[in-house]
Design a protein around this ligand. Structure first.
Ligand SMILES: [Zn+2]
Length: 297
């Protein structure tokens, strides 16, 4: 009898421990950059701890991983990247880390736009700038989390439903608001070419002073051409991005007399207090600035 009760105590204790463990179970997810990290947090909820390799207001195009990034990847259960050639440094880093984690490309299934870089057609990686694509990212993230943690899959699916509805509501309202602005006014100058997906979603033309990547400086001829375009188009929307060099926009502003309209969040979230703390806040912030500048004069 004593033996049986001892056995029962052991069984009860191990059950209790299992329940506690199950409740406390959290996946370690590593996202390549801050926008993706937020999407993973929204979908993963309490079941996921997310680390972003590239931080807020930092530039993924020119990121140079420190040795500790390999250690972070080594501990990951799942690694989520944008894909479309955005993280040129990632393959080496994954090899260096010897991680066994599943690697998920959030842009999977999105038909990429093409960019001309030095006469070569390459995929435009900035797909998240169209909220409709943001929804695809969230679903791909949920699929990835479900593969790694099938027990919590129902939670991930339910989180995606809720989050997706918020993305859809924002997208619908932006379609309506941009449609009210005359087409000729929907022209914007930015410092790098990150907004083609946003532009095609809402019928806005974006001209960029840099190429796709922030590591290329525009030539004097490119800049002169852009200054001519700004003057001819009569645009009032001239924007800096949060990972870019202020001097470029200042120079265009000086030569064209167009006042800069503020800072758009392109490839990184801002700090929470700066208005682009999450993916949805970032899209809203950008849209409000753009609408104000286009409607302004
Ligand atoms: Zn970019």
């Amino acid at each position: 009898m004593k033996k049986i009760s001892q056995f029962l105590i052991v069984v009860a204790a191990s059950l209790f421990w299992n329940v506690c463990y199950a409740q406390a179970k959290q996946l370690h997810a590593v996202a390549s950059f801050s926008i993706l990290a937020d999407i993973v947090e929204q979908v993963g909820g309490d079941h996921v701890v997310v680390t972003s390799l590239v931080g807020r207001n930092e530039d993924t195009h020119v990121f140079e991983p420190r040795p500790q990034a390999a250690a972070t990847l080594g501990k990951a259960d799942i690694v989520i990247v944008n894909g479309l050639g955005f993280e040129g440094w990632m393959e080496k880093l994954i090899q260096a880390s010897a991680t066994k984690a599943e690697v998920v490309a959030a842009s999977n299934g999105i038909e990429s736009r093409k960019l001309d870089e030095g006469g070569q057609q390459i995929p435009d990686p900035h797909a998240w700038q169209n909220p409709a694509n943001g929804l695809i990212y969230a679903r791909n993230v949920a699929d990835g989390l479900c593969n790694v943690d099938p027990e919590d899959c129902a939670v991930f699916r339910s989180n995606v439903e809720v989050y997706g509805a918020k993305i859809q509501t924002l997208d619908d309202s932006l379609h309506q608001r941009f449609a009210q602005i005359p087409e000729a006014r929907r022209l914007v100058i930015t410092t790098h070419d990150a907004f083609a997906y946003f532009g095609s979603a809402y019928g806005i033309r974006f001209l960029a002073a840099e190429g796709m990547s922030t590591d290329s400086e525009p030539s004097a001829a490119d800049l002169a051409k852009l200054v001519r375009q700004v003057k001819q188009s009569g645009t009032s929307a001239l924007f800096l991005e949060n990972m870019s060099d202020q001097r470029l926009i200042d120079q265009i502003a000086l030569e064209t007399g167009v006042k800069p309209g503020g800072m758009l969040f392109a490839d990184a979230l801002s700090q929470p207090a700066e208005g682009g703390g999450t993916y949805l806040e970032m899209v809203k912030h950008n849209a409000e600035l753009l609408i104000a500048a286009m409607a302004g004069s």
